[in-house]
Design a binder for this molecule. Sequence first.
Ligand SMILES: *Cc1c(COP(=O)(O)O)cnc(C)c1O
Length: 233
Amino acid sequence: MPFAQHYQETLEELARVCASCGRDPREVKVIAVSKTVDAPAISAAIAAGAHDFGENRPDVLAAKVAQLPEQTWHFIGNVQSRKIPEIVACASFVHSVCKEEHFAKFDQAAERLGKVQDILLEVNVSGEESKSGFTPDEAIAALQLAETFPHIAVRGLMTMAPQGNLDVARECFEGLAALRDALRSQLPSEQAARFNELSMGMSEDWREAVCAGATMVRIGRALFSDSFESVQA
Ligand SMILES: *Cc1c(COP(=O)(O)O)cnc(C)c1O
């Protein structure tokens, strides 16, 4: 099945899921995670209507942005300090900021390019050892520190749920939404107004994430893979 069909079905399902939990599908951005496909496949996705793409390697991101600069690119991978200038040059959103020592580097890189970099703080809600991210308890201090840098704007939070159990995933997403609300209530109003994004949900668990309040879902295999079988199918 080609991307166009997967994408159309996903948008239709998004509308149904939103209707079932009282949300407006226009509040949810579908990010097509294109990390496993090449530029021609992304061009086909663009022709099918996709415009937001997610990548997890700075060098690959840069190469794809060079070929397809008109799209909105999201960096969702592990951030390495020395790659920050390259990431800032390419990404509209960086979803995976999880170290305080990176804030100054993002700020400097953005200042040099004359931009304000939109970032999300990655939070390890589930507490799994293998996952990166701030702990929920660390998030407020990290957010307050980030807000001291004029060339980064913290737009919200991102998480990855444990795989394999949708009830556990739902709890994780609800936890991130509650944390976003708690943090927002502690921000000055100007910063609170822009601190509203929740990047959560992937091919397996985006439906749970949407009902928990996701504003961005990051979907890879379910859009780009011929062989992906939803656990709910
Ligand atoms: C690869 C990736 C995704 C997409 O995962 P799928 O299961 O293929 O939908 C989402 N978020 C992050 C951070 C990823 O690395």
